[in-house]
Design a protein around this ligand. Structure first.
Ligand code: 4FL
Length: 262
């Protein structure tokens, strides 16, 4: 897997290539990565990469010629790579996209700056536009790092055995269960007994329930938009009837004051 980033701030990537999982993946030659300076492809003595927008308005637009030359050079070096433009107008990046990217040969990641990139670049030289979320950054560099990090950890061999097992079970459909580590009591809060029991079947059950309930509470959209497994439905029904019996017990008491009768 090869990543070539096109940016006017290549220095931003030096630390990124050197540290953590990405650094190790490069060191073990599981991926290769470089940042090319778009400015090097500008032809004037000021090495200009931006210009005023046609039609007027505030902000600057990334000039097409230096960027086109940079992309062409990157494509020559990595002919099998897919060219991505990081932009808030792109397709929303998610785990499924990361998984499909991880099976490809490589990526040329174009980082826009200023108000945007000349439209003719997007049309002719970019395969896909990708967004990391509905917010505006000052440039695509952080977005490129996020895509690179999410894809790299899915490249075979990058994560150790322990993590890759977890990877297999993570379908992207449920949030992770709650996690605890020592001490067993922290500021009066206990770790759930079952996690200290050593009973792996019970621990697995607890974790699955924790995942389902947390997903329901924090990200109900993840459950609303797909078919649920029988176990998931059972668990949600169980919680539903527990909530129902609490509500029924309340109405049997006849309380109707907004303060709960206090
Ligand atoms: C890129 C925002 C990808 C969200 C400004 C330039 C951006 C972005 N996802 N904002 N690029």
């Amino acid at each position: 897997m090869d990543f070539t980033v096109l940016t006017i701030f290549p220095d931003m990537f030096h630390e990124f290539w050197d540290y953590g999982m990405v650094g190790r993946a490069i060191g073990r030659k599981l991926i290769s990565a470089s940042a090319m300076d778009i400015r090097e492809f500008a032809s004037d003595k000021h090495r200009t990469t931006d210009d005023r927008p046609y039609g007027g308005g505030c902000g600057m637009v990334m000039k097409p010629e230096p960027l086109a030359r940079a992309i062409q050079e990157a494509k020559q070096t990595s002919p099998l790579s897919t060219t991505l433009l990081l932009t808030p107008q792109g397709r929303p990046f998610n785990q499924e996209m990361a998984r499909s990217f991880a099976g490809q040969d490589g990526f040329i990641l174009v980082c826009g700056r200023y108000e945007g990139v000349d439209e003719r670049i997007c049309h002719d030289l970019v395969d896909h536009e990708v967004s990391i979320g509905d917010y505006i950054l000052t440039g695509g560099e952080l977005a490129a790092m996020i895509v690179i990090e999410a894809v790299t950890r899915l490249v075979p061999g990058v994560l150790g055995g322990e993590d890759s097992a977890e990877l297999d079970s993570f379908s992207g459909e449920l949030l992770e269960h709650a996690h605890f580590t020592r001490p067993p009591v922290f500021e009066g809060q206990q770790v759930p007994d079952v996690l200290l029991s050593g009973n792996h079947r019970e621990i697995e059950k607890w974790r699955f329930e924790s995942s389902v309930v947390r997903t329901f509470l924090k990200r109900p959209d993840l459950l609303e938009n797909r078919a649920l497994s029988r176990r998931e439905v059972e668990l949600l029904k169980e919680w539903c009837s527990r909530i129902e019996s609490i509500v029924q017990a309340q109405s049997a008491r006849g309380t109707d004051s907004p303060s709960g009768g206090q």
